[in-house]
Write a protein that binds this ligand. Structure first.
Ligand SMILES: Nc1ncnc2c1ncn2[C@@H]1O[C@H](COP(=O)(O)OP(=O)(O)O)[C@@H](O)[C@H]1O
Ligand SMILES: [Mg+2]
Length: 315
């Protein structure tokens, strides 16, 4: 993943897994809070309680015997996403963007039948894609209709903004853009592109795919240097508010921008990945230390955003 010398990484304040796990996740994320973020159905409940906008839940299936009702559940629904409530890394997510009669279509145009979806749900319930292989629940979510600004940058899928929020301060951001390879999902391990985003302006910094810097989207050929994330001023306070919503000191939230609904929280992660540092060409350490040592404690999301805008701009 990283193609640079370890000494250079240290100098640039790039943190590795060990340090992230011990100094940040273990120290700032109380274990009893994990269910709030590790189960996307519970995350949605907490988001509602805190007036945080999320993609709408259409339905959910918990037991194998319920699968036979799928035709009924999907009556009149031709765009949706099915995902494991306790999944991660884009695993087990099926994105459906169109339907003709009993045939559904993935963003790539690939056909999917009712039987395919039933098999997929059965696998989700048995825990195939879930943390620790535990039995799981399949959730149906409304398909996010992404902002047309992203069309040149995201191929066959909805991009999301990953924000690292430390003690409630948004400290580093990355836009993740789907590719043909990532099959409708914006997760880096599925082959999506990560684009570092300047906290102050919402403009692109660098783009990486599979740990390598790239200039253009591999499918559309659009140059990432032109990219400006819309609704940036909405995204910052929304991500900051994930602190009050979850109580977690170190988190990564995923935000999608719906054409009609604006910024929505897709999910919150208690163990966000570290590749965001590569996409920003900057380590997290300096910003983490800045918050730990200098930022005022327990201010409102708006106050914290103000601080982040002043201190975490890339110049
Ligand atoms: N409701 C949705 N509409 C459109 N795309 C979605 C939706 N939910 C998820 N996706 C796509 O799948 C990716 C992963 O979804 P997410 O809910 O964050 O699950 P995971 O925990 O596996 O990362 C998103 O980044 C997005 O590209
Ligand atoms: Mg995610």
């Amino acid at each position: 993943m990283l193609f640079v010398k370890p000494s250079l990484l240290k100098e640039r304040g790039i943190i590795g897994m060990n340090r992230r796990n011990v100094d940040y996740i273990a120290r700032y994320n109380d274990r009893k809070l994990y269910p709030i973020v590790d189960n996307k159905l519970i995350t949605k409940e907490y988001a509602k309680k805190h007036n945080i906008a999320v993609p709408e839940l259409i339905n959910s299936i918990q037991y194998q015997f319920e699968i036979k009702q799928l035709e009924k559940i999907l009556t009149g629904i031709d765009k949706f996403v099915v995902k494991p409530a306790q999944g991660a890394g884009g695993k087990g997510i099926l994105v459906i963007t169109d339907r003709k009669g009993d045939i559904f279509y993935k963003p790539s145009g690939k056909e999917v039948t009712f039987d395919d979806i039933k098999r997929h749900i059965s696998n989700i319930l048995s825990g195939l894609h879930s943390l620790g292989g535990k039995t799981d629940v399949a959730m149906f979510e409304k398909l996010v209709d992404f902002d047309p600004v992203f069309e040149p940058y995201s191929y066959e899928g909805v991009p999301d903004v990953r924000m690292i929020v430390f003690q409630g301060y948004p400290i580093m951001a990355m836009l993740r853009c789907s590719t043909h390879e990532s099959d409708g999902k914006a997760n880096l391990h599925q082959g999506a592109v990560g684009v570092g985003i300047d906290i102050k302006t919402g403009r692109s910094l660098f783009a990486v795919q599979d740990g390598r810097m790239i200039e253009k989207h591999p499918d559309t050929g659009s140059a990432f240097s032109e990219l400006q994330v819309p609704h940036w001023e909405e995204i910052l306070p929304l991500s900051a508010a994930c602190y009050e919503m979850t109580g977690m000191g170190y988190l990564g939230c995923d935000i999608v921008i719906d054409k009609n609904l604006g910024a929505l929280i897709l999910e919150v992660n208690a163990r966000p990945g570290l590749a965001i540092q590569i996409a920003n060409d900057e380590g997290l350490l300096k910003r983490l230390k800045m918050v730990e040592e200098h930022a005022p404690k327990s201010t409102s999301p708006e106050e914290r955003v103000k601080y982040s805008l002043e201190h975490f701009a890339t110049d």
